[in-house]
Write a protein that binds this ligand. Structure first.
Ligand code: SF4
Length: 508
């Protein structure tokens, strides 16, 4: 992520974006007529109550969430409009995560930005790309600078030659995490699909249509999880519906047609608004562990008014294998959990039901009603839950609780390893496993126990390396490092002198 290389308006300083200048960008966006958009984003994705340098969590460029949702859809082309450095970072990351297709880019310079020519360039780009033989939809994403400048994507045609045009603003100064940026695009797609469904017949989603009422799942999850949920729902006469974000356009209609929506990931606030507008009940939490699965099945039963006997049958069928799997794969040890995927509370529940002690859960996502049951369950077991957790809070928890294992984001894992604490990446190693029902109950123990068992290796490495390469001895040395604390003292003295001189000059 980089600072912008272009001024936003003539004479404006060229800093801003994710490395500062947020207030200026917000003021600029408001002046450019984006006040309502920013207010809606703030309502949907509230920041922490205590403002400060970390009033929003440290995260990769939020727009990556929207980009990823677009790139994972069949017959959808995604185009970015933003500074070259931002687009470079976003395309790099998307290919790192296996996008396997092109990301479109509409470049700009100061002139095209301030004269409005950028909007015309965007319109030309989508018109050129709108080939119905290739695409169902084109997604165009305004990054920080075009959003702050008020480039009006809402004025683009709704469709060109039958190809839907979906324009969204995903500024880092309005959308706090990449998780919530997934919601921005998912909601825009649902809104468009809902309008189409209201206007007349739409394409039937793929897959078996046996007439049973379905439950739509909300949140990217491990591929086996929807199948597991299908098995849990079956005794109630229900089937699992599409997962949102969807993999293709027509699944959006199926998602909207679901009888209920399971907010497995609790941060899809704008998408939930679309489902509620379509009259769908929303069910909080997820079928995770034995307690979570039981409560979730009952909540689905009550949301859809299912006969109590069928709900009890579903519970009676689901719980014994989950309990057996939990008993067969126990986890022993103290574990801190932090991440930005939105499933952190669910993972903590599963770990606790597996036998682990979890003193702290940090999530970059905000508190919403859809994780309230998980919060209550965890708090009842004495777990400290931190929504909108900053890196400092997550690392602080690792220092305070000295866990046997720290599950976290890359910098948390790095800090834990430095402190000789085994650790696991949440995104790569925990999110990439089944979480729900019986498959989830059996999946975490192996990787978690293997990581905890690594402690002696960490200790052996620490004993061997000692403080080599730490502090002033970091870097590549040809000979044994000679510390020069006097150099640092000298630099400090010079800096203090300079500061004094500047202050004296200011007073003149
Ligand atoms: S678009 Fe992303 S990378 Fe660029 S300034 Fe905004 S938050 Fe940072």
């Amino acid at each position: 992520m980089g600072a912008h290389d272009l001024p936003l308006i003539p004479g404006a300083p060229a800093d801003g974006g994710c490395h500062g200048g947020q207030e200026r960008l917000v003021a600029q966006a408001t002046a450019a007529g984006q006040g309502e958009l920013l207010q809606q984003l703030r309502r949907d994705y509230p920041l922490r109550e205590t403002a400060g340098p970390h009033d929003q969590p440290q995260s990769m460029c939020p727009a990556f969430g929207s980009l990823r949702v677009g790139l994972r859809m069949r017959r959808v082309h995604t185009i970015l409009s933003g500074s070259a450095c931002c687009v470079y970072g976003l395309t790099f990351t998307s290919h790192f995560y296996g996008a396997r297709r092109s990301v479109g880019y509409v470049p700009f310079n100061s002139e095209t930005l301030v004269t409005g020519k950028l909007f015309e360039d965007i319109r030309d780009a989508v018109t050129e790309q709108a080939d119905p033989a290739k695409y169902d939809a084109i997604v165009i994403i305004n990054l920080c600078v075009p959003t702050a400048s008020g480039v009006p994507l809402q004025l683009l045609p709704k469709s060109i030659d039958g190809v839907r045009i979906i324009g969204i603003d995903v500024p880092g100064f309005g959308v706090p995490t990449h998780a919530e940026a997934k919601d921005v695009l998912a909601a825009a797609l649902l809104r468009h699909a809902r309008a189409e469904a209201q206007a007349g017949p739409v394409a039937r989603p793929r897959g078996p249509q046996d007439g049973r009422p379905t439950v739509t799942l909300l949140g990217e999850m491990f591929p086996a999880d929807p199948m597991i949920v299908g098995g849990l729902l079956d005794p109630m006469g229900l089937a699992v519906g599409p997962t949102v974000p969807t993999r293709e356009w027509r699944e959006l209609y199926g998602a909207l047609a679901g009888s209920a929506v399971a907010a497995i990931h609790p941060f899809y606030t704008a998408s939930i608004r679309e489902f509620q507008a379509a009259g769908r009940p929303i069910v909080a939490s997820a079928p995770v562990g034995a307690d979570g699965t039981e409560a979730w099945l009952r909540a689905i039963g009550s949301a859809l008014d299912i006969e109590p006997a069928r709900v009890e049958a579903a519970v009676a069928k689901a719980l014994p294998p989950i309990r057996a799997a939990l008993a067969k794969s126990p986890v022993r040890g103290r574990i801190t959990v932090s991440g930005y995927e939105g499933s952190e509370l669910l993972v903590a529940r599963l770990l606790i039901e597996s036998g682990a002690e979890v003193p702290y859960v940090g999530t970059a996502c905000p508190a919403t009603p859809w994780s309230a049951p998980d919060l209550a369950w965890l708090q009842a077991r004495g777990v400290e839950v931190q929504y909108r957790a900053s890196l400092e809070q997550d690392i602080g928890a690792v220092r305070r609780f000295r866990p046997d294992l720290a599950i976290g984001t890359t910098p948390v894992v790095q800090a834990a390893k430095q402190a000789c604490i085994p650790s696991l990446y949440f995104t790569n190693l925990v999110s990439a496993r089944p979480l729900l029902g019986v498959a989830g109950a059996a999946s975490l123990a192996q990787v978690v126990n293997a990581a905890i068992a690594n402690k002696p290796r960490f200790e052996a490495m620490e004993a061997f390396f000692g403080d080599a390469g730490q502090g002033d001895k970091a870097g590549v040395w040809q000979e044994v490092p000679v510390l020069r604390p006097e150099f640092r003292e000298d630099t400090k003295r010079q800096a203090a002198k300079l500061l004094k001189k500047r202050k004296a000059e200011e007073m003149i």
